[in-house]
Design a protein around this ligand. Structure first.
Ligand code: NAP
Length: 283
């Protein structure tokens, strides 16, 4: 069977073109959209991600500043910084980078991000809005999975989707978004018994475990759609997904590449959220 590649580039380009136009319109009105990234780590991967967000914002006409609190920042210091930024009318959007300092959990500090500026949907408030179907910003990575599927005309309504991963930033919000699309969702995790049997029963498998090569051909039924959210460092330092592409190719009906699948759509959606937040605050 030919396995279609669910490339994210085209969709990201279309989203970015709309975002750039809207950012330009805001700037023309003297209200350039402004995103602030809050960092409290010295992790190289996080540093790389921050730079890539700054570049993406710059290309789209979004102002992007970084506040670096250092890798030993306390939960109080992080909360206080987040509250200050959320109270600042010149800031439209706030993103807190992970990892956080030892002993600081995301849920301990994310409630300090106001939902209107929480463009990556990490706060308990934003996640509650998502779970109850109220307007808010969903986590961009989860939204990217749904938008990538729609862009490639993959139906979700009535389909059985197995999501591998139950984190608050990817797996759980993705399950909510898929339910809102009328999919039937099974959420798997590290204690799931017989993962290959569960995923092989699904029409669509989404891999979001952060384990290189976890999903093999044995986990996928003939013709199923496989969307790979994982970003792991491979043995040669290159980024690889959670899917063992070699064994899934030829069996799956479609597979999203890593890199080049979910990733570019995630960044494009984040930037669209920033512009939306700016439009709402300047309305
Ligand atoms: P996380 O917080 O570490 O959560 C991983 C989840 O996978 C957990 O629920 C864990 O189960 C489950 N898991 C781990 N090993 C498993 C196994 N062997 N079998 C079944 N389930 C297993 O990770 P995350 O933040 O959700 O991120 C997941 C992946 O997505 C990572 O590779 C991350 O880099 C990537 N990511 C990509 C983007 C993007 O834009 N492309 C954005 C964000 C994240 P337990 O709950 O039982 O521990």
């Amino acid at each position: 069977m030919d396995t279609i590649s669910l490339i994210g580039k085209e969709l990201a380009a279309a989203l970015n073109s709309d975002t750039a136009e809207r950012a330009a319109a805001l700037t023309e009105r003297g209200a350039a959209p402004r995103l602030v990234l809050v960092v409290a780590n010295d992790d190289p991967a996080s540093g790389w991600y921050v730079k890539s967000l700054q570049r993406a914002a710059g290309r789209l006409g979004i102002d992007c500043d970084t506040v670096d609190l250092g890798a030993t920042a306390t939960a109080d210091a992080i909360r206080s910084q987040l509250r200050g930024l959320c109270a600042d009318i010149a800031v439209d959007a706030v993103m807190l980078q992970t990892p956080l300092p030892d002993g600081v959990a995301l849920q301990d500090v994310s409630s300090a991000i106001a939902a209107a500026k929480d463009v990556d949907g990490v706060s308990p408030h934003s996640l509650g809005l998502l779970a109850t179907g109220l307007p808010g910003f969903p986590p961009a990575t989860s939204e990217a999975v749904v938008e990538l599927a729609k862009h490639h005309d993959i139906p979700l309504a009535g389909k059985h989707v197995a999501v591998v991963g139950r984190s608050n930033v990817v797996g759980k919000p993705l399950a909510q978004l898929l339910l809102a699309e009328d999919a039937t969702v099974t959420v798997c995790h590290s204690r799931t018994t017989d993962l290959p049997a569960v995923t092989a029963a699904a029409d669509i498998v989404v891999a979001a475990a952060g384990r290189a090569g976890l999903i093999t051909g044995d986990h996928v039924r003939e013709g199923a759609v496989v969307i790979d959210v994982g970003t792991n460092e491979g043995p040669d330092g290159k980024i690889v997904g959670d899917v063992d592409a070699a064994s899934v190719q030829g069996k799956a009906g479609a597979l999203s590449p890593v890199p080049g699948g979910v990733g570019p759509v995630t960044t494009a959606l984040l930037m669209r959220h920033v512009v939306r937040a700016a439009e709402a605050s300047r309305a």
